[in-house]
Structure formats: structure tokens, C-alpha cells
Design a protein around this ligand. Sequence first.
Ligand SMILES: *Cc1c(COP(=O)(O)O)cnc(C)c1O
Ligand SMILES: [Zn+2]
Length: 443
Amino acid sequence: MPTYNAWFECIDPTCNERFPLTEVVYRCPRCEKLLKVEHEIEALKHRSGAAWMRVFDDRYMRTNFPYGSGVWGKKEWVYPHIDDESIVSTYEGGSNLFMADRFGELIGLDDLWIKQCGNSHTGSFKDLGMTVLVSAVKEMIRQGATIQAVICASTGDTSASLAAYCAAAGIPAVVLLPKNKISDAQLVQPLANGAHTLALDTDFDGCMEIVQKLSADTRFYLANSINPLRIEGQKTISVEIVQQDDWQVPDWIIVPSGNLGNITAIGLGFLMMRELGLINTLPRLVAAQAESANPLYLSYKNGFTDFVPTQADFTQATAIQIGNPVSAPRAVPILQTFDGIVEQASEHELSQAAAMADKTGLFSCPQTGVALAVVKKLAEGGVIHQNEKVIVISTATGLKFTDFKRGYHQGVLPEVLPEFANQPVELKGDYKSVTSAISGLIN
Ligand SMILES: *Cc1c(COP(=O)(O)O)cnc(C)c1O
Ligand SMILES: [Zn+2]
């Protein structure tokens, strides 16, 4: 068996700076650009594409720790040389593809699927990246590093995930949240897991600025997706989507997009599968943004000639209320490679799409609502064709966003006209009231 290796490398191909994955480094010290994780591709090529598929299929959802995890089943492609003893896993990944035939029919698509990444330990796709990052920290600590806490800024799901993985590993976590800008469930999650939870009187971009300054002190390890270890874990979403369809590549993937780590990761996963011979076509990628937090959309509209951070205004899709996405320099080349599209959705559109999908059996979070509104727009506009295979990435469970749901059905969300509002019928506790109410409701 060849020895596989991976390391941090500057994203600028002319720069070439490299660091071990156990080094505390987030930007290239020479040119200040972002880092990526690079793999020893020649060693990985010793196995054929078909052989990799067999390896991944043999491990998928089975019991052999840690390889039954959707992330660690692809360990050689993620963090090959980490000691299995360092791995902190909650058996993440392996989330189902929901067959959205009824929603698809409503918007004119015959082959629409929802990748349910929110069906996960802490209820969002963030677990896929966090298992890698926290495992890396545990490996560093076992090797003698003095890391006192793992820190992050969050729109709610990163902090929930970091808190849970750190609690499982017995490592302290400090999370910075924008006060009153995340859901109750998302605030309760890190509190329950014992994280030091700081609610700041600013927005996510403000929290991010502070946490980046804090991370100059190497005792505080930064868990935001500026850290490419997160992206390595999220990359497995692509492998899993293809694997779940007997290694067939879909035509389109729609991704709710905020800080732009996830769309980057999904692109990288496909490129790696192509390079290693598992697939030979690529899907088209669509980044879906909320109209009130749309810097990528604006950049796309000017042909990506420049990227101007914006002030993110309020949106129900709080997890993507980001005006200055840290991974923009990673995501733009990915979108260009994948013939990508950026589309946006208004508050009305995202809320309507989520409610419409819920009526067909889903329970969509508002971020997924943005992606569902975008897929509807692209299908109705003839950009996506009826027979094409389309995957929408659902990034979190709707159960974290009950205020959004209640607000929609009560008709109190600003700018939203709730066509699918549904309210409980309140009755006296007697049989006759129930039967007469039911006969009024059915037919
Ligand atoms: C983090 C998050 C996103 C955005 O992902 P990025 O990688 O920041 O673009 C979307 N939806 C949910 C629910 C999230 O938690
Ligand atoms: Zn550099």
C-alpha cells in the first residue's frame, strides 16, 4: 500500500508555500492568501477509479470505526495520515437523498432530489467539516501542542457543531455569535454542550473580524471555514451524492451559499473524483443567495470582474446572512470551472418555496428555501430542463427554525404573503365539535 499524504498549501499556484496539517496556520505567511489542503494525487492514483468505488462502497454506513462515517469512509481523500485514535466522529454523513417527485412536478422537473445534509448529529452539514477539524485538533494535542480552546464565529450552525464535537472530545470551545440574529435552537445547542458562548452586539461579519484577530494567538485554534480542514470533510458530500446513484453524475447541484466554503467543497469533491477516474463528467453548480445578502450574485452579474463585500441585511435565511464571505477567492474559480450560475431569492420567494416543499413532505430550513426558490426560478425560466437530474443541497433541518415556520403560518413574516399558511383549528373537547369540524375540512 502506498503512503498517502496531504498538507496545507497556498491557493496561489505561483506561491507554493506548504505546511503540515498539524501546523497552526490559516493564511499564507508570504502572500496573505487563503490555504487549501493538497493531496499526493500520484499515490492516490495507484488505485483505479473502480477500485476506489469498491473501497468506498465496502465501508459505507458499516460498523468498522471510523470508516462507517460518510466522511471517514473517504479518509485517504480527506486526512489520510491522521491516527484513527485521534478521530472524533458522530457517524456523520450518509444522509439520505429525498426523492422530491411531488415538488418536482409542481415546478416542472422529473428528476429532482434533496440531499438531506441536515439529517446529522447537530442538524446541519457543518458536522461534515467539523469532524475533520476537531479530529485534527485532537491529533495536535496528542502530539503535544498547547491549544487551550477551539474558537469560531458563527451564524448558528458552525457553533452548534463545534460545541458538540469539542464536548465529545473533551476540548474547550469558545463561540462568538451575533446577538439576536440566530434561532433559539441554535443558541441553545452550544449552551447545552458547555461551550463558552459569547453573544456579541454585531453581525456575523463583525464576529468574524474579531475571531480572526483572536486567532493570532496560537493557543486559540480557529474553526471557521477559512480553515481548509473543514472543506476537506464537506468535499465528501459530492462523493456521497454520486455514490448514492450508483456512481452517476447529476446535471445540476444547487447550494445555499453564504461564506462560500460549501460550494467550494462540493466543487473540489467532483474535481477529485474526475482526476482519480471515478467519473468523467461534471455537474453544473448553482450558488443560491438571499437577495439581502448577495455579494456573490452581484459579482456574478459583473462577470466576476471584481468581488465587493456588502452590508448583509436581514433575511430569514440567517445562516447565510453574510456580506463578506471569506471563501470568495476559492468559490469564484470553482464556479467558473463548473459553468456555474448564481441566482438569488427574495424573502417572499424563499418562504413560499420552503412552504410549498413542506406540503410535499419536506421540512425545509430557510436556507434550503433559498435553494428551492432558485431551482424553481431556473426550471420555470428554462435554464434547467425537465428531464435533467437535479440535486438540491438541504443544509440544515427545519426543526432549528420553528420561529420561521410559525411566523410563516401565522402570516407575520415581513414581505411574505403566505399562500400555504395552515393554522390549528381550536375546538371544544367534545366529539360532536370534532366530527362537524372534520366534515367541514374534508371536501
Ligand atoms: C453554514 C450554512 C450555510 C452556508 O454555507 P457556506 O459554506 O458558508 O456557504 C448554508 N446553510 C446553512 C444551514 C448553514 O449552516
Ligand atoms: Zn502564498
